[in-house]
Design a protein around this ligand. Sequence first.
Ligand code: SAM
Length: 251
Amino acid sequence: MTLESLPIASLPTMAEVWQQTLNWQPTDQQQKQFQQLYELIVEGNRQLNLTRITEPEEFWEKHLWDSLRGIAPKQQFFSSLPDGISVIDIGTGAGFPGLPISIIFPNCQITLLDSTRKKINFIDSILSNLSLTNTKTIVGRAEEIGQENKHRQRYDLALIRAVGTASACAEYSLPLVKQGGLAVIYRGSWTPEESKSLKNAANQLGGVIELIEEFTTPFTNSIRHCIYLRKVVNTPIQFPRAVGIPSQKPL
Ligand code: SAM
């Protein structure tokens, strides 16, 4: 079964779901690439434990749709994804949210970072299969990459999904973002207490919470949140702290 022909009870076509939820539709070529991505991930998953999400409907919703929803605050794709901007996906795992964004924005420079070599090796094979020449990979820890001159404060946009507490995600992402740029933290549930601790963490890292958006996913009606942090001043040099500290002692 192809992803674009999934039978969805209440909505006639996948094209309509994209249109209604993101005010956008993929081209035929992008749909083809989504399908190839799906097949490559299912295939790779037979040998590598990459993701638990392999059923077509779940893959479409949790990997494709959710990845793209994060860069469409207020249901509009970022007007700030102009050609040439640099995007980093931290703790990309099997390539989410970064790979769908690479497919949709071929003129953005995308970097996919993960600490696990086997995941990055697998992503390298996907990039070559899908001819995604706009995307490169790094094996490493966000705590170390964030202290390297060639990465620190170099990215317009940082994305981070399912890599730890919101405060740890802020410490992994904000040091990599340029002043004026954004970090997007993808979350499931969200509480006022988390907002409070994230506000405090972001403040120490040179960022502010610009927007917290709650939305529901189109098939399973699951609640999701994206938190948009704006980098307003340079991150002090002591951040990110050494490997393991952001998760063990969140700011
Ligand atoms: N972002 C993907 C997603 O949402 O499907 C993968 C999430 S997976 C639960 C977390 C990933 O983050 C793993 O692949 C892990 O290797 C990576 N990771 C965890 N801590 C990291 C760090 N400090 N630096 C870089 N990668 C990290």
